[in-house]
Design a protein around this ligand. Structure first.
Ligand SMILES: Nc1nc2c(ncn2[C@@H]2O[C@H](COP(=O)(O)OP(=O)(O)OP(=O)(O)O)[C@@H](O)[C@H]2O)c(=O)[nH]1
Ligand SMILES: [Mg+2]
Length: 324
């Protein structure tokens, strides 16, 4: 949405254009009055429409899918947003009133030979512009908040929340992003996820022509929940709305106990999801490390992965294996 000054400029440009198109009347008195009325009418119309349209254009929080609702709440103060939108609507309604009052004043204007019709009607338009300007300036902060919120929402990851997906989880540096690029067909899209600087990586691969989304969650499913701030917790809640398979990536060359604990925590959180454990970095891990990892996750479905390996991809593509 335009800033107050720009909004006023655009409105007055439309007003001037409407005035210039206003046909000449029998007397100058009626022509001048008519032009000023047209100016006020067109400019107010522009502002009312712009403000109402912008408020309407904002997705209604209540109508959002649960995943996006939670994401929204992570990054936006939704109460503040509601307040701002309602301030913008009230100003739009006030503009309606100001328009009406000033047009009435112009219509009721009696000719005063001393002042002259031009001066008389211009004074009314001037008062209208002054009121408009101060009203718009009064919602300057609300307009900034609106624009910033709209920008943030545009950057939210585009995830088809009703479809199954694969979510990559596991401690930092275990190889999640490497796995994402190994199994996705095109370069993963990095969708901006405002509460981490890294973003949410979303890739797609196809099983029997059916696209399946794979989501790498940097900074989210890689630490115990106790270490998290409120916003991150909410982000984890958002992920809980997604259905599908959680691929838990393990680095066997690192501490296994803490990796197992995180795994157990995620299992408790994501009760509606299937889990698969990928023991990664087989090319650098020793046999003992691999055996320990295998023992620790013995109850789980395990796939061994490493450099130049396509084990996970082949497993996912194998029609005998049901992913979801
Ligand atoms: N030798 C070996 N190195 C690997 C393998 N997979 C990943 N790496 C390396 O491990 C490091 C971390 O890999 P990433 O894919 O960035 O790990 P990540 O889990 O996404 O890390 P964060 O995003 O920081 O949580 C990189 O240096 C990778 O090259 C593997 O199978 N074998
Ligand atoms: Mg990564």
């Amino acid at each position: 949405m335009q800033k107050p000054n720009q909004l006023l400029d655009s409105a007055m440009n439309r007003g001037r254009k409407a005035a210039s198109l206003y046909p000449k009347q029998k007397t100058e008195f009626y022509t001048i009055k008519g032009k000023e009325i047209a100016k006020i009418d067109a400019s107010a119309n522009y502002i009312e429409e712009t403000l109402f349209r912008s408020v309407k254009a904002f997705p209604t929080f209540e109508d959002l899918e649960p995943f996006y609702k939670d994401l929204y709440e992570c990054i936006l103060d939704t109460n503040e947003l509601k307040k701002n939108l309602s301030s913008i609507s009230s100003v739009a309604r006030l503009v309606k009133t100001i328009r009406r009052n000033h047009i009435v004043k112009l219509k009721e204007l009696k000719f005063d030979r001393g002042t002259g019709i031009k001066k008389q009607s211009f004074a009314i338009t001037k008062s209208y512009v002054g009121r408009l300007s101060s009203l718009l300036k009064g919602i300057s902060k609300q307009i900034d908040f609106y624009n910033e919120s709209a920008r943030i929402l545009k950057e939210l990851p585009n995830i088809r929340t009703k479809e199954n997906c694969i979510i990559l989880a596991g401690y930092p540096n275990v190889g999640k992003s490497t796995i994402l690029s190994r199994i996705t067909e095109s370069k993963p899209q990095i969708a901006s996820y405002p509460f981490t600087t890294k973003g949410l990586n979303v890739g797609v691969f196809k099983k029997k022509y059916v696209p399946i989304q794979i989501i790498d969650t940097p900074g989210l499913l890689d630490r115990p929940l106790l270490d998290r701030n409120k916003i991150e917790l909410k982000a984890v809640t958002a992920l809980q709305h997604l259905k599908g398979l959680i691929v838990f990536v393990v680095d066997p060359t690192e501490e296994l106990d803490k990796q197992k604990n995180l795994f157990l925590e995620l299992k408790k959180l994501f009760t509606h999801n299937k889990f698969l454990v990928v023991i990664n970095k087989t090319d650098v891990a020793t046999q003992t490390e691999l055996d320990s990892a295998k023992n620790i996750f013995e109850k789980e479905l395990i796939i061994f992965e490493g450099k130049n390996s396509l084990a996970l991809k082949e497993w996912l593509l194998d029609k005998e294996n049901k992913i979801f």
